[in-house]
Design a protein around this ligand. Structure first.
Ligand code: FAD
Length: 241
């Protein structure tokens, strides 16, 4: 597969697609179901079966036996059937940018510009910060490097030769890099999303304890304080010995 494959869209959305991710894995889905519970992130067998059968109409013989995991998310569907971008009716200084459904990602540069120019600038005097640097330091990944390039790089940066996540080939150097950037990376899931450590077949079975210890070391806290994601998602609950 070299392309994102979409079926014909319907009023429920763009349908079930088959797509290759930027890291070389495949995503099949999503479905689109209305749910009442705002915390319901469960998947169910009939919907997964439907996802499989619809995707198989576009790409026959998808090896579903190699599937790593299934998951679901919640989309906030606005009753206006359009983006809601306006000052809050309760608090004029609070600007709602809500119900940003597809194509919200493609629209985000325009949404940002609109919010700043049309809404913020009218209530706040804005001055350009001359020292602002819009460029971020590139993320160096060893996985896509060729053998020679990787060997040379590792000679100069030995921490990039120590693999922490075997499945996704994420090195110690990559994890140390995200833990040292100005944008805080405080949880195991934050490290996962930035480096892909824990995304692979073993789902963190191998690398999670290492990532946990690196986080604890970097933050200077006890490993028991490190969360997987939200409050209460501590991995280590107590010392046994
Ligand atoms: C399956 C799917 C396919 C899509 N495909 C496309 C596409 O091809 N092209 C395109 O342009 N757009 C696409 N979109 C839409 C796009 O992803 C969204 O428009 C965009 O992500 C909306 O950005 P946002 O920042 O408004 O919300 P989000 O990206 O949803 O960000 C909201 C953030 O707030 C956090 N949050 C929520 N509640 C709380 C809380 N109480 N406390 C703290 N944090 C909280 C969430 O964890 C999340 O990180 C797609 C969406 C889906 C679901």
């Amino acid at each position: 597969m070299n392309h994102v494959l979409f079926p014909l869209p319907s009023e429920k959305g763009k349908g079930i697609l088959v797509t290759m991710t930027s890291s070389g894995d495949y995503l099949v889905g999503p479905s689109s179901e209305f749910v009442d519970d705002k915390d319901d992130l469960s998947t169910d067998a009939p919907t997964l079966k439907d996802v499989r059968s619809q995707a198989s109409r576009m790409v026959p013989n998808i090896p579903f036996y190699e599937q790593i995991r299934v998951f679901s998310g919640l989309r906030a569907t606005p009753s206006t059937h359009d983006f809601i971008i306006e000052p809050s009716k309760k608090y004029a200084d609070f600007i709602n940018v809500a119900g940003i459904e597809s194509p919200g990602l493609a629209s985000s540069p325009a949404i940002g510009e609109y919010v700043v120019e049309e809404l913020v600038r009218k209530v706040l005097p804005l001055k350009e910060k001359k020292s602002f640097n819009p460029k971020i330091k590139p993320y160096i990944k060893v996985k896509p490097m060729g053998e020679e390039e990787r060997a040379k790089f590792v000679r100069e940066h030995p921490n990039y030769g120590e693999i922490i996540c075997n499945c996704e080939q994420v090195s110690l150097g990559e994890i140390e890099d995200v833990l040292s950037r100005s944008l805080p990376c405080l949880t195991i899931k934050a490290v996962k999303k930035r480096t892909r450590a824990g995304f692979g077949k073993c789902q963190g079975g191998f690398c999670q304890p290492h990532v946990l210890m690196l986080l604890a070391q970097k933050r200077g806290v006890s490993p028991m304080e490190i969360l997987y994601d939200k409050d209460g998602s501590n991995i280590i609950l107590k010392e046994s010995k």
